[in-house]
Write a protein that binds this ligand. Sequence first.
Ligand SMILES: Cc1cc2nc3c(=O)[nH]c(=O)nc-3n(C[C@H](O)[C@H](O)[C@H](O)COP(=O)(O)OP(=O)(O)OC[C@H]3O[C@@H](n4cnc5c(N)ncnc54)[C@H](O)[C@@H]3O)c2cc1C
Ligand code: SF4
Ligand code: SF4
Length: 465
Amino acid sequence: MTEPQNHNKRVLIVGGGIAGMQAALDIGGSGYEVVLVDRLPSVGGHMHQLSETFPTLDCAQCIMTPRTVDVGRHEKIKLHTYSEIEEIQGEMGDFRVRIRRKPAYVNWDICTACGACTEKCPTSIQVAFDRDLELPKTMRSGRVRHEGTGKAIYTLSPQAVPKKPVIDADHCTYLQSGKCGLCAKVCPVGAIDYEQGPSWSEERVGTIILATGFELYPLEKLGEYGAGRVADVIDALAMERLLSSSGPTSGVMRRPSDGKEPKEVVWIQCAGSRDPELAMPYCSKICCMYSAKQAMLYKHKVHHGQAYIFYIDIRSAGKRYEEFIQRAMEEDDVLYVRGKVSKVFREGEKVVVWGVDTLTGLPLEVAADMVVISPAMVPSEGTQALAGMLGLKVDEFGWWTEQDGNLAPLETVRPGIFVAGAGSGPKDIPEAVAQGSGAAGKVLSLLARWGGHDDQDAGHDELGR
Ligand SMILES: Cc1cc2nc3c(=O)[nH]c(=O)nc-3n(C[C@H](O)[C@H](O)[C@H](O)COP(=O)(O)OP(=O)(O)OC[C@H]3O[C@@H](n4cnc5c(N)ncnc54)[C@H](O)[C@@H]3O)c2cc1C
Ligand code: SF4
Ligand code: SF4
């Protein structure tokens, strides 16, 4: 079979989570140019938000930071963060991609990331990266709130790559009412640009990897668990932020409503998963593991606390996963209750959980200090729109459809377009990394058939504002 020599050997990766970063590093490390697009200001995806990882309890930031740093400084990886795909045309070997960058109101080319703007900004905001956790004012000050978040000009985290700030236009006093302007006054290099608008650029690539990841099913849709309106009922990513030493409490275990240490915490698994009548029929695969992890970490912080996990059954199929669950039960005294929770509501200072222990058949009531919901994993917002642009299909829940779930799990129906990571269905980090490397391997084997390296200097056009 002869292959065309003039195919473009640059690669587009959409999504800079752990799967997209792994693919980018493998392809960039082989000497090919990568264009990596993420809608957030920095790369890392959800792993960036995690405290520690099952089953090894490695610190997520510590094992991920070398990867984000490598991605940030790799000469073959071109980052387009705070950006989304607006249009893709063409076919394998010659895709033209139009990318829209949102206004950051900061000129990143000259910003030195000194942080003076964030430090001086007087406007506090809820932090999406911290799942909008609202903590008492006393908890926000001093030791327990790190710099760089919670202000109208912010970076995603102290370890963000790139670590350049963006202004939240909806909350910035200057952009809303023309008052303030403090960040522009303190910026030593004049990087603040309140007039900045969106900008567009065009990239030409020959292959594409879609690594768009997942989101959590919103608490608002889970009426039986309080629909996100009951104080101290939080979702599992919020718990990751509370457990994380880079989180809003610096990892000190506190509940959001009053900052008190929670003495009894209940986890509810399968919230919106395995629920064909009301939500998603599928198993989200990782909740059993991360609930056990969180309960363990909670116990390591609150030694005399009690952790309860309500489960339907435990799914721990992975290397050393079952041993991890046993450790949670035996070493950390996590109390597993087999049963489904029917209602969660507030009663005074407590959050009451009503359920049935299906092993004994007896009703059960726990008056907890905090409840952690483990919601279903769902595809990232915008996956369907991207599929429309690419002429690809998503399944009935919105996950990327593989060409063949058994034998071609990384291919799509279009030649030269691949999927990797949790965008095609729930996955843990090892699987997402393996898929990132797998998709990179698929791309590299195509590039090898297309002939040597080609740096395509003409692969990028600035289209201006
Ligand atoms: C509470 C919780 C705890 C967890 N704990 C663990 C653990 O201990 N161990 C473990 O192995 N796994 C854990 N996981 C799972 C882990 O988070 C995932 O396996 C991993 O994040 C998947 O990586 P990914 O790159 O596929 O997707 P993501 O991390 O979701 O990254 C996707 C990236 O794509 C970007 N993106 C999405 N759509 C677009 C678009 N249209 N345009 C541009 N950019 C886009 C997003 O901004 C994001 O940066 C946990 C998950 C949760 C929810
Ligand atoms: S102008 Fe906006 S971002 Fe800058 S300091 Fe004021 S409120 Fe903060
Ligand atoms: S003060 Fe200026 S240089 Fe420093 S981080 Fe803010 S925008 Fe960048």
